[in-house]
Structure formats: C-alpha cells, structure tokens
Design a protein around this ligand. Structure first.
Ligand SMILES: C[S@@+](CC[C@H](N)C(=O)[O-])C[C@H]1O[C@@H](n2cnc3c(N)ncnc32)[C@H](O)[C@@H]1O
Length: 400
C-alpha cells in the first residue's frame, strides 16, 4: 500500500503517536541524516520500562560514539517529530503487525509504504523476556564492544546468561538506589552521584550503572588487571561515556577513595570483598552492594560445635560453612557500622553459583555496643579470632 505526499509524513507521525500510546511500538529507526551535525548518522528509538514508568530510549549513533538518553513518551515525541522527514530522510516504524517506512523519493517527495505481518518483525514476547522490559537493551553498542552481543544486537553464543545477569543487576540496583534515597526523585542534589565499582573486571556492571544513571552520576571502576582497565576506558571514550565513566588500574586496598554515594563489588574474590566493604564504609557510602565469592580466609580458623563434626567431614559442607560464617560476619559488621543489611539471592543458581548478595543502606550512627557483641558472639561460636573486615574496621573479635 502506498500513499503520496502531502499526507505521508503526517500519517507516519500519526502512526508513531498511536504506537507509543497503545504500547505497540517495537522500535523506530531514523536514517539518511541531513541535519547540521555531520557526525550524526542514525537515531534508534525503543521503549523501555523504568521505575518512573514507560520511557523511550533514544540512541544517537555518531561516527565514533553513541549517546543514549531516556525520555518520557511525550518528551520523546516532541523531540522526534520535527526530525522525521527533515533532519532524517528515512524512517522505519516497527510494530508487531507492520513495518512502516517513510522515505524520500528521487523527486524529493516523501512516500509512505507499509509492509504487513509476514515481513514485520515478530511481536515482542510476553512476560519478563519482553525486549522492552530490559533496562539495558541488547542493542546497546557498548555491550557489543565488550563482546556480550553481536553486530545484530543479540547476545552472542554463550553470553545470554551474562546479558540476563547484567539486566537483573540493573533492576536490583535501581531498587536499591531508591531504598537508599539515591534515586532521582529523592536525591535531587546539584552534584552528581558518585558510584564506585571495586574489582570491576571487564566493566559490564560499571557500564550498566553509567548507562542507567546517565548524567546523574560519575561512575568509577577499580580493577587490578591493567589490560581490562585499558579496554574499559577505550570503550567508554568511544561510546560517549567519558568523562562521567572512568576506570583505574590498581588494587582496591591501595586505591584511595574520597567521598562516595554507592559502592559495589561483585565477585571480587575472597578478602577483596572485605577491602571493598571497608573502603565503602570509610568513604561514607550510603549504599554498599557486594556479591562475595571464594571465601577462603576463615577456613583454617573454623572450629565447629561437636554436634557438627560428623557432617563437616564432607568438604562441601566445610566450604558452605566457611561461606556462611564469612558473609554472616560481614553482614553483622555492616550493622555495627550503622547499615541496615539485607542478604538476598542475586540471580538464580541456574546462571551462577555465586549468587548471594549483601546490600547495605546507611541508616544510623555506627558503633552500637549490642551490634559489636553480636559480631563477637558469632565469631566466638565458630572459633574465629581474626577476620579481614573486622581488622580494617578496628574491631577486635576476641578482646581478651
Ligand atoms: C570475577 S571478576 C568480577 C568482575 C565484575 N565485578 C563482574 O561482576 O562482572 C573479579 C575481578 O576482580 C578483580 N580483583 C580481584 N581482587 C582485586 C583487588 N584486590 N583489587 C582490584 N581488583 C581485584 C579481578 O582482577 C577480576 O577482574
């Protein structure tokens, strides 16, 4: 079906508004850029569901970087409408039933063409896998640069779990920010939020946080492996994240942090988690989120009450016990430091066995004597004399 100007552009805009209003917009792509910025090439638009409700995510694709911004539907339409058929001569609107193209013709008149059903993209799947429910869209160019997705914006083979994990984290972190009073509605400070990712590895979650918070936050990754830091800084610079997202090489313990609003450390091995917790506490972080792993430090010290000697001849029970005691002590120490602490499952064990998360929000002054007593009683029960976080915090476990 085709229709000629003068109604082609207006009809396209009418269909775009309708698809946004009734939730059938799958995506909008604008190409053939003829506007004033010579570096701008395309604009990709897709729906996303944020805590504040449905939004449209606009990815401005430039020659050397991408800039992503989320807008309310009304704001996004007000921004997009003047560009369609003017700055961008080609526009594709995808809905489950149709692909509608507005394109200029050699004679200069815009033409509308509609392809139905068979050639239109499949409708978004129902439930939580709907593409639009992902806070971090699979076609985010930085995910491709970090090797999670392919050039078509789909998770690469073997990376689907990583993609789900990134989104699960983004979802959880959004809720935790709001618990900690650091969401945009509650925390309207003129200065931006300072977020640190300690032991950030290849930076998947560091990028995700920066993408989620945009200009609201400066995000900093600390990583011991300099080659990963170089890669992350290169991707950040090439995709419009720098300077609000930066990475430095070094150990968590040796990196000095000034004041921080939120600190995360996911799967920072063994006592690196304690170093991260201590840094976050010292930097006054309102929110601290860690997912510990490889809890080896206490294994040699652990003694069990006689009734547990039998079961603990099994190595796996010893290992689980060391994990439990280590993380329970960390959670109790955080309480002593004035944090309300939650221990939760980060992601199903189907994706990773390292799935325990400790989330702590600062709610009161530190140093409560009853909290210190609880820490010491727990340590004494398991025969623990020293533990790295307790040492960082200056709390003697066996004061005798
Ligand atoms: C298992 S990876 C996790 C990466 C990232 N946090 C994530 O969840 O995707 C752990 C990373 O922490 C880094 N790391 C471990 N101990 C560290 C320390 N003491 N200081 C800085 N980085 C550390 C390692 O080099 C590694 O890249």
């Amino acid at each position: 079906m085709t229709a000629q100007n003068p109604s082609a552009r207006d009809r396209f805009l009418g269909l775009l508004r309708a698809s946004v209003a009734d939730g059938t917009l799958v995506k909008l792509t604008l190409g053939k850029h003829r506007g004033t910025d010579p570096t701008l090439q395309n604009l990709f638009v897709r729906p996303v569901t944020l805590k504040a409700g449905p939004h449209l995510s606009l990815v401005w694709h430039h020659a050397t970087r991408d800039i992503t911004k989320n807008h309310s539907p009304a704001e996004a339409l007000a921004l997009l409408e003047p560009l369609i058929g003017a700055d961008f001569l080609d526009a594709h609107l995808f809905t489950p039933a149709q692909t509608i193209q507005l394109a200029d013709t050699p004679g200069g008149a815009a033409r509308l063409s509609v392809k139905t059903a068979a050639t239109a993209p499949a409708p978004p799947p129902a439930g939580h896998d709907r593409e639009k429910s992902h806070l971090i869209a699979a076609d985010a160019p930085w995910l491709h640069a970090l090797g999670v997705t392919n050039a078509q914006g789909r998770p690469r083979e073997g990376q689907a779990a990583k993609f789900r994990q990134i989104n699960k984290f983004a979802e959880l972190f959004t809720h935790l920010l709001s618990d900690a009073g650091l969401d945009a509605e509650t925390h309207s400070s003129a200065s931006s939020l300072r977020v640190v990712d300690a032991g950030c590895g290849k930076g998947y979650l560091t990028f995700a946080i920066s993408a989620l918070l945009g200009e609201r936050a400066t995000v900093h990754g600390i990583e011991a492996r300099p080659e990963l830091v170089a890669l992350c800084n290169e991707v950040a610079a090439g995709h419009g994240f720098a300077p609000r997202l930066t990475f430095t090489a070094g150990t968590i313990e040796e990196t000095s942090l000034e004041s921080v609003d939120a600190l995360i450390a996911l799967h920072a091995c063994d006592t690196a988690t304690d170093d991260a917790l201590a840094k976050g506490i010292a930097a006054g972080a309102q929110l601290i989120v860690v997912a510990p792993c490889c809890q080896k430090e206490l294994r040699a010290q652990l003694t069990a009450p006689p009734v547990l000697t039998g079961p603990l001849r099994h190595g796996i029970f010893q290992e689980r016990q060391a994990e439990f005691v280590t993380d329970a002590l960390r959670a109790e120490l955080l309480e002593w430091c004035g944090y309300r602490t939650k221990v939760l499952e980060f992601i199903s064990t189907e994706h990773t066995a390292k799935n325990l998360m400790i989330a702590a929000v600062k709610v009161r002054p530190p140093g409560d004597a009853a909290d210190a007593r609880r820490v010491r009683q727990l340590a004494a029960f398991y025969g623990i004399h020293t533990q790295r976080l307790a040492s960082h915090l200056g709390l003697k476990l066996d004061p005798a």
